[in-house]
Design a protein around this ligand. Structure first.
Ligand code: PLP
Length: 283
């Protein structure tokens, strides 16, 4: 694989980052994951805008403009012959002698991008089967709106799900679902799509924004508010969204079926609309 590191496109074996990198020592960095279908990048503008926001919240500048960033994405797609897959981007505050305080603002940031091949990404069997979810307490920090590389608790959550024979976990705080370990969470009740409102408690999903826009354009009812685990258990259907899963139905919560225990029609319709529309707009 060819990867990008600090201005250069190199074979992955030659890519190097300092042991003093603050991403490594302090999780002092942010990331984005963008999907590629048929060699084209989905929702690029949304991901670039969120990246800039995450950086700004941590007093870091964009190391380059969105156009240059897009060129790097495209070159990686071309060099790696990527058809269906993901592009991962990470920017950290750079390498400096270890100190909690931020280093001098002139310290060069570390910028890394790599691709992951995912053949048939849009035809994942899970879309037909549906996911099994468990609930776990949300024990992350309070600024989940910033897409930092501090992902240990979500990793622990995935392991808890795996140990329980499930595919993923929804995190719960004060009795309300915040989001999935790496996705936004939704329920559908009497035709209304319900998903948590934006705030510091969840990541502002780029797929979420697109899916809610498409739902409203299709005259579907949307409520952006928090919902409880009890509401989720009594919902007609449930689903998640993320750049890597698009819209994925959820059929089981903590061992009990949601609705009739099969993927629901609202999730199926939104998945179809999202894939159609974002493919059309892909760059
Ligand atoms: N919530 C969390 C915690 C995530 O990690 C992600 C994606 O990685 C999402 C939501 C979904 O965001 P997006 O649709 O931008 O991929």
């Amino acid at each position: 694989r060819t990867v990008y590191v600090n201005g250069e496109f190199v074979p992955e074996a030659d890519a190097k980052v300092s042991v003093f990198d603050r991403g490594f020592l302090f999780a002092d960095g942010v990331y984005e994951v963008t999907s590629v279908l048929g060699g084209k990048i989905l929702d690029f503008a949304g991901h670039a805008a969120r990246l800039e926001r995450s950086l700004a919240e941590l007093d870091m500048p964009m190391p380059m403009g969105a156009d240059e960033l897009l060129d790097i994405h495209r070159k990686l797609v071309a060099d790696n012959g990527l058809d269906d897959g993901l592009i991962y981007l990470q920017i950290t505050r750079g390498a400096a002698d270890r100190d909690f305080a931020y280093p001098d603002a002139q310290t060069p940031q570390t910028v890394v991008l790599f691709t992951q091949e995912k053949p048939g990404l849009a035809d994942a069997p899970m879309a037909k089967q549906g996911m099994k979810i468990i609930s776990i307490p949300d024990e992350r920090w309070g600024r989940r709106d910033i897409k930092t590389v501090q992902l240990l608790y979500p990793s622990m959550g995935k392991m808890m799900a795996k140990a329980a024979g499930a595919h993923d976990a929804w995190m719960v705080e004060d009795g309300h679902v915040t989001e999935g370990t790496s996705n936004n969470a939704y329920i559908v009740k009497d035709g209304t799509i319900i998903t948590r409102h934006l705030g510091n408690e969840i990541l502002h999903g780029i797929t979420r924004a697109a899916v809610l826009r498409f739902a409203r354009e299709a005259q579907m009812r949307v409520e952006e508010r928090s919902f409880t685990l009890e509401e989720a258990a009594a919902a007609d259907e449930a689903f998640i969204t993320s750049a890597s899963t698009f819209v994925m139905p959820v059929v089981e919560l903590d061992g009990a079926p949601i609705g009739d225990g099969t993927p629901g029609p609202v999730a199926a319709r939104l998945r179809e609309i999202y894939l159609d529309e974002s493919r059309k707009a892909a760059v």
